[in-house]
Design a binder for this molecule. Structure first.
Ligand code: ZN
Length: 241
């Protein structure tokens, strides 16, 4: 399968210094994950339908789990801002493939890359917004504007994980505002987050951006949490693709 091969090639030909993003194992080649870790990485099949309507159209190349969740958790909570580089490379590969394959959600030429914002209180605790680090690298790769302050999070909310689906949606109402209207008005926005869970956060950000005049909003994440309704396909190694 061409897409799978291209992705595997992209994911195994990227980076330096050569240390696994999940376990820090030194590696001979510039890749994201070592051989042991990449065996735990599951690619999202092209025909995966998600588990609901909220996440439709989100570019999400990998399932959250194994080495992917380990790397993202270290990136977010262990002061490992350096992992933005390999993790952003996964995003860039997925975006390039989405464009090359002309999938319905791939609109090509974005005009600005915008991260899902963190509330200032959480930002202070974490030191950096992981999504902004990813978005900045993606913007540089694409050669388009970077809008780290285009959206702002004005209301801190209970952890999404503690709520059910309905609660997650209402929990976020009014949480985001457009802070830089001129950057958003008429823009083709590429919205970046690290992980897609229910899609409620991306949906709310997308709605706020469109209300702010964005011409289009395409969302991309590194990984999605597999569907809650048993739609997850059989485990499949990325290398087997
Ligand atoms: Zn590893």
């Amino acid at each position: 399968m061409i897409i799978a091969r291209a992705f595997a090639a992209a994911a195994t030909a990227l980076l330096s210094p050569a240390k696994c993003a999940s376990c820090d194992e030194p590696m001979a080649h510039e890749v994201v994950f070592c051989a042991a870790c990449i065996a735990t990485v599951e690619r999202v099949d092209d025909d995966y339908e998600g588990d609901g309507v909220e996440d439709d159209g989100v570019i999400a190349p990998l399932f959250y789990g194994g080495a992917v969740s380990t790397a993202i958790t270290r990136f977010k909570y262990s002061d490992r801002a350096d992992l933005a580089r390999p993790l952003a490379a996964i995003l860039c590969s997925a975006l390039a493939l989405a464009d090359a394959c002309e999938e319905e959600h791939a609109r090509g030429s974005y005009t600005v890359v915008v991260p899902v914002p963190l509330h200032p209180v959480r930002l202070a605790a974490r030191k950096y917004n992981q999504s902004a680090l990813l978005a900045g690298r993606v913007a540089g790769h694409l050669g388009v504007a970077f809008g780290p302050r285009a959206l702002d999070r004005v209301r801190d909310t209970p952890a999404q994980a503690s709520l059910d689906r309905k609660g997650r949606t209402s929990n976020l109402s009014g949480a985001f505002v457009v802070r830089q209207p001129r950057l958003v008005d008429g823009a083709r926005v590429l919205l970046i987050d690290d992980v897609l869970t229910t899609g409620a956060t991306l949906s709310e950000c997308r709605a706020v951006l469109l209300a702010g005049g964005a011409a289009s909003v395409t969302a991309a994440v590194i990984a999605r949490v597999a569907g809650e309704r048993g739609m997850r396909p059989p485990a499949r190694s990325m290398m087997a693709g």
